[in-house]
Ligand binder design. Structure first.
Ligand code: WAQ
Ligand code: MG
Length: 265
């Protein structure tokens, strides 16, 4: 599903603002229910009123690949400047350069990408072919058993929400791409200030206070190994069906120095 809002006066050149998007893999019997949930989401979104909603439903022709969910940890953090610092430290400790990190943050400030930016981890070069749109991760889901397990584990931490579950499934697919080192995400919802950094090394690290409340800026960036071609990665993210079928542990809240190498603290 994708929902947008047209800006500008009638009969003038106007632009579209991305309001909301959602995607998933579901059993045929669940499709109607999910579609009405997606439409409700589009029509009541905190980012604004959608005046154009598109829903696409496709039958899978390919058997999905099975992947595990990343382990979930929340990093202890009390302020917006603290949140930004923690995010940077984690990314630096994964070998992402400050040029690459700054490129991602500048895009987040601008906002309005419907998808994610693909950025090389050293030189900070953007690789997505359509830079207005970004790359939209699709064909991803979680099977019923894993969904139930995850609900129990997240409930223990008080974070069993659709937002967290959907972000975790997405990040698990993203990080399972061979050439992606890490993902950073800040929601574009003005009321949602927790973001995350996901990586094979540290799992899914939730970071509270990544932005100030009320800010509509946000986005996603995937950091690729320097020197790799993006085509195969983009094809994997957009087209290859992937299902999360096992759930890893949820570690609760940890201080940053319990997570990353000493050098970067
Ligand atoms: N593929 C690529 N990029 C996407 C996708 C997708 N399927 N969905 C969203 N984005 C990009 C797009 O640029 C959005 O503007 C941006 O990410 C933020 O999307 O554990 O809600 O849906 O508590 O606002 C993080 C949860 C929630 C943290 C993230 O993102 C936690 C969230 P949103
Ligand atoms: Mg959003």
């Amino acid at each position: 599903m994708r929902a947008s809002q047209t800006m500008g006066k009638k009969n003038t050149k106007c632009c579209e603002i991305h309001i909301s998007g959602a995607e998933g893999l579901y059993a045929k019997s669940e499709v109607q229910k999910i579609v009405s949930e997606y439409i409700a989401r589009a029509m009541t979104h905190p980012k604004g009123k959608a005046d154009h909603i598109i829903v696409t439903i496709e039958e899978l022709k390919q058997k999905p690949a099975m992947i595990p969910a990343l382990p979930v940890t929340t990093v202890r953090c009390r302020s917006t400047s603290g949140g930004r610092n923690i995010m940077k430290k984690i990314l630096y400790s994964l070998g992402i350069s400050n040029i690459a990190v700054d490129r991602a943050l500048a895009l987040f400030t601008k906002g309005n990408l419907r998808g994610a930016s693909l950025i090389t981890s050293e030189k900070g070069v953007r690789l997505e072919p359509d830079q207005e749109r970004g790359v939209r991760v699709s064909r991803l889901g979680i099977d019923k058993k894993a969904r139930n397990f995850l609900a129990v584990r997240l409930s223990r931490q008080g974070i069993n929400t659709d937002t967290v579950k959907e972000a975790l499934v997405l990040a698990s697919k993203v990080v399972s791409a061979e050439d992606i080192i890490a993902e950073v995400c800040i929601s574009d919802d003005p009321g949602y200030t927790t973001g995350y950094v996901a990586s094979g090394k540290y799992g899914y690290l939730r970071i509270p206070h990544m932005k100030r409340k009320g800010s509509k800026s946000g986005g996603r960036a995937f950091f690729l190994k320097e020197g790799t071609q993006a085509e195969a990665t983009i094809k994997y993210l957009e087209k290859v069906p992937v299902i999360v079928h096992t759930v890893s542990f949820c570690r609760g809240v940890k201080a940053i120095d319990e997570i990353i190498d000493h050098t970067y603290q």
